[in-house]
Design a protein around this ligand. Structure first.
Ligand SMILES: *Cc1c(COP(=O)(O)O)cnc(C)c1O
Length: 373
């Protein structure tokens, strides 16, 4: 189905073509080239991290990050339940055991209290998880002061799934740089895109070297190709990196635009119905507001808003269905407080693209108004 207004479409400018052209003219179509070098270095500058590895998707970057953190078959990995399935799938790729943590009400992200409870419960059973996957959902940073303190106490590293949060920050530190390893995605619906792609960022040279090695088929530096362990083909393309270079130059502009869209929705919808709610941005946090998400008064009201938008040919989507309720993870242990289930019941993601026009935004709000006033 083609929508008149999309949830989060790509926003391509004029420079992308020239970077792609440069790669084609130089005949540099593989991993290594001017664009991958420049994209890698601008990404490090942006995230204020020392090292970056470009990958063919955000999911493969998460997979590599778990490998680098030493996750093996039978290990436990803690993961935020309120997220897209890609946050947790790599745990199963490694035959590791996911443990899901529900969210807190304000940020909709991992609850520090439940994280603490989970780590203490596992500790009593003699289990020390290998990693904690936090997710900056819809661009909103987690409550990292709380989460990092608990993670440090238990000496478990944080893998920050910042796939949705490039452009966001917490206490002035860019999202992606708040744990031991951070991950971005450049999928077509993200705030910037390369059509597909991802990156792993870190301040650890060892992690970077190891991730790079595993992403390149675990090729050892010898006179011939020598493989001591299982590797992957997760390399990125110098052609697509050209799109990324041009997109990253406009990230701040896109972030401001998405924040503006969120503010317009918030003002109009909450004025109409004060029970409409949203992710709270604390004074420590700056969200890129990748998606403008709102919860309505009931499941029925949410469904009526969703149907009205779809009837008007406007794309919208329920909030993520909690991972601990997904059939693929049905056996997983989880620590719940009902928050992510409640969000799923009542919440919708609204069109949030940085190229959304003012008159389109007005149209969306008027369709929703009919259902909630
Ligand atoms: C998009 C996304 C991913 C995966 O990124 P891909 O590049 O699509 O593989 C991972 N986690 C979250 C939270 C995402 O939104």
């Amino acid at each position: 189905m083609a929508f008149k207004i999309w949830l989060s479409p790509p926003h391509i400018g004029t420079d992308e073509v020239s970077y792609i052209e440069m790669a084609l003219k130089a005949n540099h179509l593989a991993y290594f080239g001017e664009n991958t070098i420049e994209f890698n270095s601008s990404l490090r500058a942006y995230s204020q991290t020392k090292y970056a590895v470009l990958t063919n998707s955000g999911t493969s970057a998460i997979h590599l990050a778990l490998k680098v953190l030493g996750v093996e078959s039978g290990d436990h990995v803690i993961c935020q339940s309120n997220s897209f399935v890609a946050s947790a799938n790599p745990i199963l790729y490694l035959n590791a055991i996911p443990v899901f943590i529900d969210s807190e009400k304000d940020t909709w992200n991992m609850s520090p209290d439940l994280l603490d409870e989970a780590l203490n419960t596992l500790k009593k059973k003699g289990i020390k998880p290998k990693a904690i996957i936090s997710v900056d959902l819809y661009g909103m940073p987690c409550e990292y002061d709380g989460i990092r303190k608990i993670a440090n106490n238990h000496e478990v590293p944080i893998l920050e799934d910042s796939a949705e949060a490039l452009g966001s920050s917490y206490k002035g530190i860019p999202c992606g740089n708040l744990g031991s390893i951070g991950v971005y995605s450049f999928n077509a619906n993200k705030i910037i895109t390369t059509s597909g792609g991802g990156a792993l960022v870190t301040n650890s040279k060892d992690y970077c070297v190891r991730a790079d090695y595993l992403a390149n088929q675990a090729k050892a530096d010898k006179a011939y190709l020598w493989h001591e362990e299982l590797g992957y083909n997760y390399k990125f393309s110098n052609v697509l990196a050209g799109i990324g270079v041009a997109q990253l130059n406009r990230l701040d502009e896109y972030t401001r635009r998405r924040r503006h869209i969120f503010n317009v929705y918030q003002k109009k919808l909450c004025d109409l119905n004060p029970e409409v709610s949203f992710q709270k941005e604390s004074s420590d946090s700056y969200s890129n507001r990748w998606l403008s998400c709102f919860t309505f008064t009931s499941f029925e009201q949410k469904e009526s808003v969703k149907q009205a938008l779809l009837n008007a040919n406007i794309e919208c989507r329920s909030l993520w269905f909690p991972l601990h309720k997904q059939p693929v993870f049905r056996q997983a242990l989880s620590f719940n407080n009902g928050v992510s289930e409640d969000l799923f019941e009542k919440g919708l993601c609204l069109p949030s693209g940085s190229n959304l026009q003012a008159n389109q935004l007005e149209e969306i709000i008027s369709v929703i108004s009919e259902q909630i006033k």
